[in-house]
Ligand binder design. Structure first.
Ligand SMILES: *Cc1c(COP(=O)(O)O)cnc(C)c1O
Length: 223
């Protein structure tokens, strides 16, 4: 299948999942280009994708040099080392991986404008996963209040690697419940209305459970 066909099929499945979801919000598709060339990234844009995701500063710079900063929205989805913040923070539109206070401090110091961030949550509690534990999220957000350049627009998670769809669903559902709890607190710096969850293998489940942003690579770029 061509990139065009991939994009159309994913958008179709997103639409169907969205109709099954209880909130029927528009879902943003982020094309993850971390494992493909700038050429493929450019084909994604031609096929109608409006946001690209990269997980390394080098990948981001390479794609932006080829396509242009204004070509689309740029989302940073990988673990961000504090010493790399300066290099990318004014080059991205959204950070999906705010996972520690020190990173927030660094963003606050370096960014020229408030940055839209998702706080990454380790819902499943797997030791191998990045993110704030669900138990710590409220105190973490309290601390974030001291960094005016950090704006928490939502929560992000990665589902556990398992074939068990119900387990995946319960993780997404738990993130939604947590998001609702945070949103209900009406923190000026953390509206927290958004949910970044769902990748190639589980985006339909994520949308059914209320995802507002899905991060999809493999099924968009495969031929
Ligand atoms: C690679 C990656 C994705 C996309 O994964 P696919 O399975 O290729 O769709 C999404 N989110 C993050 C954080 C990633 O690193």
């Amino acid at each position: 299948m061509s990139i065009n066909e991939n994009v159309q099929l994913v958008q179709q499945k997103m639409q169907q999942a969205s109709e099954k979801s209880f909130q029927k919000k528009q879902v943003q598709l982020i094309g993850v280009t971390k494992s493909v060339s700038s050429q493929v990234a450019s084909e994604l844009l031609e096929a109608g994708i409006t946001a690209l995701g990269e997980n390394r500063p080098e990948g981001l710079s390479e794609k932006q040099a080829a396509l242009g900063r204004e070509a689309c929205e740029w989302h940073f989805i990988g673990t961000l080392q504090s010493r790399k913040v300066r290099q990318i923070i004014d080059q991205i539109d959204v950070l999906h991986s705010l996972d520690r206070l020190h990173l927030a401090e660094e963003i606050n110091k370096r960014a020229k404008r408030p940055v839209d961030c998702f706080v990454q949550v380790n819902v499943s509690g797997e030791a191998s996963k990045q993110g704030i534990s669900a138990d710590d999220i409220h105190s973490f957000l309290h601390e974030i209040g001291q960094y005016p350049q950090v704006r928490v627009i939502g929560l992000m998670t990665m589902a556990p690697l398992t074939e068990n769809q119900e387990e995946v669903r319960s993780v997404f559902r738990a993130l939604r419940v947590l998001r609702d709890e945070v949103a209900a607190r009406n923190l000026s710096y953390a509206p927290c209305t958004e949910l970044s969850m769902g990748m190639s293998s589980d985006y339909e489940i994520a949308i059914e459970e209320g995802a507002t942003h899905v991060r999809i690579g493999t099924v968009l770029v495969q031929s």
